[in-house]
Design a protein around this ligand. Structure first.
Ligand SMILES: [Zn+2]
Ligand SMILES: [Zn+2]
Length: 626
């Protein structure tokens, strides 16, 4: 008998299935979005298609399908369990006003059951339970379709209204097969639930399909009863159909004139269901990487699951990053790549892999993906050399840390020692402890508390320094003026994003009521450009970036990407304010005296009230926070 269908076969069958139903197969977008500088990574198949879902016509037609390499940085700390990965492939099909629920749900069900051979009695479906306060009805149509599909296979399909996550955990699922959930689980819009959507924003109900692993018992830590959205791991979401059906108006919601379908399904998750294996690291594309780690470390996956999962996930991600042209660095995407690479090396170090971790695993990744991504094999040497360079750099940091460890912790490792090793030499705390164990140096059991205390004292020092700043051209230092000043930095960056890098600040005037900002740009802004600037600023307010500053040599400030104002003269060093992590992921860096808010989340809603000419080649906007 043949083994279970592998991911390559699942991907091919999906693309063919939808191609046979009139869908154009479109190429994947690169992992770093080309046209959207406000987002670090392509996190779904929908993201690059958003303009088309919002109304632009797509050159390939109104039915599209693809498999999109995706990355979600917010999942980095969750890696280590049996189902989370930062990098994954998302299978997607889209209807741009062509078909709707009555086609999408039966096609999806047919694909899962007849193409992948999944047992329909292991599948469960959800639909939106309605938001009566906004006049949005329950999505009975989707529920009815699911009931008919299950009954067509001889499976009774009672419907249960579970509502919220809490209510679902209290009620349990009984003998139901189709479930209504509230807007926290079964509604999609860019802004989230209906109440958060601005006027003019499209959104709609969604419908998930889950696969059950009966071999996983429910974990009561997640509530008395299990249900499809329970986080215990018994139910795995393998796909979600979003029905873009409604438009937010001044008074409530209306039906969109052109309704879209946006389906996204996890390729690796479908492979887990097909293999009936709840461990994603044992499916065909990840298990060779795990085997490669076992070879390098000389220990087994069974005994070291969590570190091997972290390594396998992170190495796969950095190989695809390198394929798409990224290199490790200290800014934005490059920093995330560096963080992943170094975390993998550290985890490998703890397993006893002293060298050649990244380069030793490149071929496992290339081998696992060589049919679907032949370009990986073609660029294997380039990728390996990027990763080898990063490993060399980090291993130097590590060996310097080991040397300093010998000096600082000769008579025992304390919280102070761990702090200095990390703060000054970037030697990670867990490796200090490991080094103590290796060399037989006693470890102060109270080190974690002391280390945390020193770290938070240091954070406090930079905050106090930031708070004691001088005036810098503002009307006053009221809370309101300070918030508008931070908003000025965000809008400066947003204008550069929307209009281009020729945008430079030409003047700024801030009162407690409003900001005024002059910038170089040759022509009047269109209403669309103004709306896009507002959207980006509000998105970065919502991201709740920390605002921090540090003083650096002026050359370094510009090399790091900091922006300044036209005609300003700078000394040898300048103060740079960053929204985000100055050494990591950041949105705005600007040379400035401050003061600023602590986090952008405190700004409120940003709105441009006026756009006009200031002088030749210079535009002026006024904006408020409300
Ligand atoms: Zn559960
Ligand atoms: Zn400023």
């Amino acid at each position: 008998m043949l083994g279970p269908m592998d991911t390559g076969e699942i991907r091919a069958r999906y693309l063919n299935f939808f191609a046979a139903r009139g869908h154009a197969i479109i190429p994947r977008a690169p992992i770093v979005p080309r046209e959207d500088p406000t987002t670090l990574f392509t996190g779904s198949g929908m993201q690059p298609l958003l303009p088309y879902l919002l109304g632009t016509s797509h050159p390939a037609g109104d039915r599209l399908v693809n498999s999109q390499t995706s990355f979600r940085a917010e999942d980095i700390d969750e890696i280590g369990d049996n189902r989370h990965t930062t990098f994954f492939e998302m299978l997607g099909n889209w209807s741009l006003g062509s078909y709707f629920k009555a086609e999408q749900l039966p096609w999806l069900f047919t694909f899962l059951v007849d193409e992948l051979g999944l047992d329909p009695s292991r599948l469960y479906a959800t639909a939106f339970g309605g938001a009566p306060q906004y006049g949005i009805p329950r999505d009975d149509e989707s529920a009815r379709l699911w009931v008919g599909l299950f009954e067509g296979r001889g499976i009774p399909a009672p419907v249960a209204d579970l509502g919220s996550m809490q209510r679902a955990a209290e009620l349990g699922m009984g003998d139901a097969r189709v479930f209504f959930y509230d807007e926290t689980k079964s509604w999609w819009s860019r802004a989230g639930a209906p109440q958060s959507m601005p006027v003019g924003e499209p959104g709609g109900p969604d419908s998930e399909v889950f696969f059950e692993f009966p071999q996983i018992p429910h974990d009561p830590a997640f509530g008395p009863y299990c249900h499809p959205h329970c986080d215990c791991g018994r139910f795995l979401e393998i796909g979600n159909s979003v029905f873009m059906q409604y438009l937010r108006t001044d008074t409530g919601f209306t039906q969109l004139p052109r309704q879209n379908v946006d389906f996204g399904g996890g390729l690796e998750r479908m492979a887990m269901a097909v293999a009936d294996n709840p461990d994603v690291f044992l499916i065909d594309v990840l298990s060779p990487i795990v085997a490669g780690i076992e070879d390098l470390a000389g220990v087994t996956y069974a005994e070291h699951q969590a570190p091997m999962r972290i390594i396998a996930d992170h190495v796969r991600a950095v190989v695809f990053f390198a394929l798409d042209g990224l290199v490790p660095s200290n800014t934005a995407q490059g920093y995330v790549m560096r963080r992943l690479a170094r975390r993998a090396i550290r985890q490998g170090h703890l397993l006893g892999i002293e060298d050649g971790l990244l380069t030793g695993l490149v071929d496992s990744v290339v081998g696992a993906y060589k049919e679907a991504f032949p370009e990986l094999a073609e660029q294997r040497d380039r990728i390996a050399s990027i990763l080898a360079g990063e490993e060399l750099l980090f291993r130097r940091t590590l060996s310097r840390g080991v040397r300093e460890f010998g000096r600082l912790a000769r008579n025992g490792l304390t919280g102070d020692g761990v702090f200095v090793l990390f703060d000054t030499y970037r030697f990670p705390p867990e490796l200090s402890v490991e080094e103590a164990r290796r060399t037989g140096v006693p470890v102060d059991p109270a080190w974690p508390g002391r280390y945390d205390q020193l770290m938070s004292e240091q954070r406090e020092r930079s905050r106090t320094a930031a708070a004691g700043m001088f005036k810098g051209g503002l009307a006053d230092h009221s809370a309101s003026t300070t918030r508008l000043h931070t908003a000025t930095h965000l809008v400066h960056q947003a204008l550069r994003t929307v209009l281009g890098p020729h945008v430079v600040q030409r003047g700024s005037n801030i009162t407690p009521e409003r900001l005024r900002f002059d910038f170089s740009h040759p022509s009047k802004l269109t209403p669309e450009q103004i709306a896009e600037v507002e959207r980006i600023v509000n998105e970065n307010i919502a991201r709740d970036w920390p605002m921090t500053w540090r003083e650096v040599p002026t050359d370094q400030a510009f090399a790091e990407g900091a922006i300044g104002a036209f005609g300003d003269k700078y000394g040898e060093t300048v103060k740079v304010y960053t929204a985000g992590d100055p050494d990591g992921v950041w949105y705005s860096k600007e040379i400035c005296g401050g003061p600023h808010v602590e986090r952008t989340g405190s700004l409120g809603h940003f709105r441009i009230t006026k756009e006009e000419s200031s002088s030749a080649g210079v535009r002026r906007i006024r904006a408020v926070l409300e």
